[in-house]
Design a protein around this ligand. Sequence first.
Ligand code: CAA
Length: 287
Amino acid sequence: MEFDDIETIAVLGAGNMGHGIAEVAALAGYEVNLRDIKEEFVQNGYDQIEWSLEKLAEKEQITQEEADAAIDRVTPYVDVEDAVGDVDVVIEAVPEKMDIKKDVYGDVEQYLPEEAIVATNTSSLSITELSEVTERPEQFCGMHFFNPPVRMQLVEVISGAHSSEETLQATEDLAEAFGKTPVRVHKDSPGFIVNRILVPLMNEACWMVSEDAATIEEIDSATKFDLGLPMGAFELGDQVGNDVTYHVLEYMNEVLGEAYEPAPFLEQIVEEERFGKKTGEGFYDYE
Ligand code: CAA
């Protein structure tokens, strides 16, 4: 598949990242099929896109006409065949678990046009391993967006061991067409570039709370004001989703070793299902 032939995109998973990626693609003029496993999940993702487009229009970052045109390009689906049967690219953004992602590719493969590219928004998992459950490992690569996708400029385009140059180039061109800046990641290692650096920072902040070395507020003040990050470490965790951070760490811990062991405080937060902004509660309350 060449970049110029891309017209229609399926985004699988309508959660935080999925609906954000669908919004970005629709704003760039692509027809987008947004798919999740339950009607309520897709509807929630669709509503979030509407909310975000309204916000952008209110702040005059886009016009009302652009917002209306973008939402018109998004079609919600539950049925897999309807969602992927006639698309040029699939961007998969389902939960950060190897087994779930592999199951999804199994479902999708039978209906997907032969030339279509499959790009995964995984935050850390092996692109090579994921590609090997598909029948198109050369047409498979990582396309990793950052949260919130509509505001964040970077997209990591990650090469798996089998990704073809044509696939990587088309994916980079697509990221640019989305108004983003792609960075090619040539090595498929856990966490790629950004999460390999950022997730340990968030985990270290949790270790400090676990050890009573500092409070959430102290750490956030220090990371925000002294390190110059746009958000404090805990604010960022709540933005990203504490379940996502935890899954990334579990995987990095398994593959890279004990330096990445999740902190007890993070484990506790995840056990209590305080996943962050998306659940209304995380390190901070959002209700
Ligand atoms: N769409 C539209 N508006 C949105 C929005 C969205 N998706 N998300 C937030 N907003 C709105 C808020 O509602 C708020 O609106 P009000 O002013 O009306 O209350 C407004 O945006 C906040 O925007 P500001 O411009 O005032 O705030 P800001 O300049 O601080 O920008 C930010 C917000 C872009 C999120 C900024 O804080 C930032 O860059 N944070 C860091 C985010 C980051 O690093 N993300 C990457 C995390 S790592 C990751 O995602 C990878 C992974 O795999 C885990």
